[in-house]
Design a protein around this ligand. Structure first.
Ligand SMILES: Nc1ncnc2c1ncn2[C@@H]1O[C@H](COP(=O)(O)OP(=O)(O)OP(=O)(O)O)[C@@H](O)[C@H]1O
Length: 463
């Protein structure tokens, strides 16, 4: 591999915010001395677990995390994933957080170890500082030559760009790609722009303060910048943060840059990874880069098998390893693929290296507060007595089930043209959608009415 390529602009991906099950979680809700507020940042209760997660956050921030692994253990719906999300939100934009559910490891496209290796490398960022050559100036004039054929829709291939600083002015020839980049950035006379000479990337920095005197009125959102001084061509220090996985994908001949967007990376060769590692080490030694280990979160950890645990054990020994946070709601159960029983379905030697954080069931007050936050998040106005009923349902069934009923009750309310969700709306949807307990009860009652399956028939024959 001649040269290791770094991805450009990959951190510019637009995030689409949806109302998801954890969208109300905005952080761990801790104060500056890492004590947990009873309700803050969308997080309610679980004070010891949140405090413990706060200490992990501190370790990550101080970079003292190599080889550490944390287990979040607790009953279903007690906020293990919510705490991991809170941790992720508190990390800051440069620290990577790679979430993974154990079931994603078992794929036909790649081996378990490949899936885990990719996940590990998604949780390690490299901050690269380098000097690039740029052209920076205020646009005086853009001339684009009409296509010779005069055909409508024919591409504009050539043109000229005049740029100036406070000290000089120069004209640059434009090619088709550069014209496209200028159009994409909506560059017009009077804007201050930079052109990256290596990649051809155009950045529109804003309107030059000089233009206000010469051009028409501008909108209130317009950003003003000074007209650059000195030479048009200069060297500038730029900082990029990319994960090791992103560098791997870009340097993998078979995958290429677009795979980052489709997520269709397939197996990456260990050769590419070795070359990327040695290049990154070179950058580190030369002071051009810095490693930022982040957090790898694996949910449903009881679904990992003995090979995965042995891989994780070894991967954690690596000095570049991120912090590993795993979560499970299982008690004593079989280690996947074996007949051995073990706490949480996790082998004893692996358990021994974990810091264990336990989550506890919620009190009625805490459930009420969480439901309140969810109503706000889903923009649902609900009466106090309806919330009380929802809380009772949550105690009898589960927090998740009660949370699902919020939007359903709001729809029932909308249907009767009500302004406030009332007890009756909650009760109506409670009877329309059954929870797990009632589903099991129903199944036991009507078991014989269902189609028999193969296992039942075989079992019946054996007995
Ligand atoms: N302490 C909390 N504060 C605010 N919201 C919470 C809290 N705990 C749980 N929730 C919310 O309740 C729902 C269920 O919680 P979560 O998925 O985190 O539970 P879990 O322990 O990971 O469950 P499981 O073991 O079934 O995976 C989620 O929508 C979560 O955001």
């Amino acid at each position: 591999m001649a040269e290791i390529k770094k991805p450009l602009e990959i951190n510019d991906r637009t995030k689409i915010e949806r109302i998801g099950v954890h969208s109300h979680i905005r952080g761990l809700g801790l104060n500056s001395s890492l004590d947990a507020h009873s309700a803050s940042n969308g997080m309610v209760g679980q004070l010891p677990a949140r405090r413990a997660a706060g200490l992990i956050l501190q370790l990550v921030r101080e970079g003292r995390i190599s080889g550490r692994a944390v287990l979040l253990a607790g009953q279903p719906g007690t906020g293990k994933t919510a705490i991991a999300m809170g941790l992720a939100k508190s990390l800051g934009p440069e620290t990577p957080f790679a979430p993974l559910s154990s079931s994603e490891i078992y794929s036909l496209e790649f081996s378990k170890t490949e899936a885990l290796t990719q996940a590990f490398r998604k949780a390690i960022s490299v901050r690269i500082t380098e000097e690039v050559e740029i052209i920076e100036g205020q646009v005086v004039k853009i001339t684009i030559d009409r296509p010779a054929s005069g055909e409508r829709g024919a591409a504009w291939n050539t043109g000229k760009l005049t740029l100036k600083t406070t000290d000089m002015e120069a004209v640059f020839e434009l090619g088709g790609k550069m014209i496209e980049a200028l159009m994409k950035e909506k560059v017009q006379n009077g804007d201050v722009i930079t052109l990256d000479k290596a990649s051809g990337k155009v950045t529109n920095l804003g309107r030059s303060t000089w233009t206000t005197m010469n051009y028409d009125a501008v909108g209130s959102s317009t950003k003003f910048v000074q007209c650059p001084e000195g030479e048009l061509q200069k060297r500038k220090e730029v900082v990029q943060c990319v994960t090791l996985h992103e560098i791997d994908v870009i340097n993998s001949r078979t995958q290429g840059f677009l795979a980052l967007f489709t997520g269709d990376t397939g197996e990456l060769s260990s050769e590419v990874r070795e070359q990327v590692n040695s290049k990154v080490t070179e950058w580190l030694v030369g002071g051009k880069a810095e490693i930022i280990p982040g957090v790898l979160f694996i949910d449903e950890a009881h679904m990992l098998d003995i090979e995965c645990f042995s891989f994780l054990n070894r991967a954690l020994e690596n000095e570049m390893a991120p912090i590993l946070v795993i979560a499970t709601n299982r008690g004593i159960s079989n280690i996947r693929g074996t007949n051995y029983r073990s706490p949480h379905g996790i082998p004893a030697d692996f358990l021994d290296r974990l810091l264990i954080i336990c989550t506890q069931p919620y009190t009625e007050d805490e459930i009420l507060k969480i439901l309140d936050i969810r109503c706000e998040e889903e923009d649902v106005k609900m009466s106090i007595s309806a919330k009380g009923l929802l809380m009772k349902i949550s105690v009898e069934t589960s927090l998740r089930y009660a949370m699902h009923l919020i939007i359903l009750a709001a729809l029932a309310c909308q249907k009767r043209k009500g302004a406030l969700v009332e007890r009756g709306d909650v009760s109506r949807v409670y009877h329309l959608f059954i929870d797990v307990k009632r589903s099991v009860q129903y199944l036991t009652e009507y078991q014989n009415e269902y189609m028999p399956n193969e296992i039942n028939e075989t079992e019946a024959m054996q007995s």
